[in-house]
Design a protein around this ligand. Structure first.
Ligand code: UD1
Length: 292
């Protein structure tokens, strides 16, 4: 956004991110450390703003299983605060980071937006509830909203250090250190892993695509290809130089087996096409962690 000349304001409570991630642009953006739970802070944040890209969440399925109240506060109450503040500040459009977890363990693959959602974890329920709030604020108040259902986003700067971190950030950092990763279950579960640049692109497209095609709507953002965890481990071996085997542990509660997106709606309405495929994304991500 800076590269194309936009003025940027960033709000983050730094609960999973780090200020050092934006160190090289900090003097060119208006960054404020606040929580979306704070409505007054959201009102200040939305003043004079054209577009809100709402990515803030407690993003973990297992964490939400342990702490459903915390997930509900951050992932639903926080969203409603952002929407109320955006509506009152007359923001042009709000783009929201929704989640593929909304589909749950429905056997149909690929998942498409017209399917009924079947969320399993509290995280998935909260992410889906916020999607409904997005639609509601468009229909009740005319605030243009677009929900992007992200499918397992990964890439540089993702925090690998928490037990709730995304699997690729964990595997890559462990394998680079020569430490053994743990696969929960048989490793045949699969995901439509999506490199971060594709999600960034989708957000920018969601701001500029015509309202008639996008407002009050939900779109899958993914690559349209799924890869099993066992295969992912194999792809990471040569990239990281890891010589050992993975360890297998019990299946994780609330986990879903397979995830794969139909991305034709995003293509038709937003002009979205994944620019970086899985292998290239893995290569870039490993390079980044290696340089740390
Ligand atoms: C889910 C959502 C995703 C969302 C994310 C937020 C689905 C399909 N995806 O991701 O859109 O962004 O929540 O947290 O619902 N695993 C291991 N070993 C590990 C860590 C994880 O085997 O050390 C396994 C998990 O059991 C799971 C897979 O790897 O089967 C992916 O896990 P994770 O990266 O946590 O993401 P999801 O729960 O799939």
């Amino acid at each position: 956004m800076l590269a194309r000349g936009d003025q940027v304001r960033g709000i983050d409570n730094l609960s999973t991110g780090k200020q050092e991630n934006i160190a090289d642009i900090l003097d060119r953006i208006d960054f404020v450390e606040r929580d979306i739970i704070d409505l007054d802070a959201m009102r200040t944040a939305c003043a004079g703003v054209d577009f809100v890209l709402h990515q803030a969440a407690i993003p973990s399925v297992p964490k939400s299983v342990l702490d459903p109240l915390g997930s509900n506060r951050a992932n639903i109450d926080g969203t409603v605060n952002v929407l109320v503040a955006a509506r009152d500040a007359k923001v042009k459009r709000v783009v929201y980071a929704a989640s593929s977890s909304a589909y749950g363990d429905t056997p149909t693959l690929p998942k498409h937006e017209a399917m009924s959602p079947h969320p399993i974890s509290p995280y998935a329920v909260a992410k889906l509830a916020s999607e409904h709030y997005m639609v509601s604020f468009y229909r009740c108040y005319g605030l243009e909203t677009v929900s992007l259902r992200y499918f397992n986003i990964f890439g540089p700067r993702q925090d690998p250090s928490s037990p709730y971190s995304g699997v690729l950030a964990k595997f890559i950092t462990l394998m680079l250190r020569g430490e053994q990763p743990t696969i929960y279950g048989d490793g045949e579960q699969s995901r439509d892993f999506t490199y971060i640049d594709n999600a960034v692109d989708a957000n920018l497209l969601a701001c500029s695509a015509p309202a008639v095609k996008t407002a009050g709507k939900v779109f899958n953002i993914a690559t349209g290809r799924r890869v099993a965890l066992n295969e992912t481990f194999k792809l990471l071996e040569p990239l990281t130089g890891y010589k050992g085997q993975p360890q297998y542990g019990p299946e994780r509660g609330g986990d879903i087996k397979h995830s794969l997106a139909d991305i034709s709606q995003a293509e038709a309405a937003l002009g979205y096409k994944p620019k970086v495929n899985f292998e290239e994304g893995l290569r870039r991500t490993v390079e980044w962690y290696r340089g740390k």
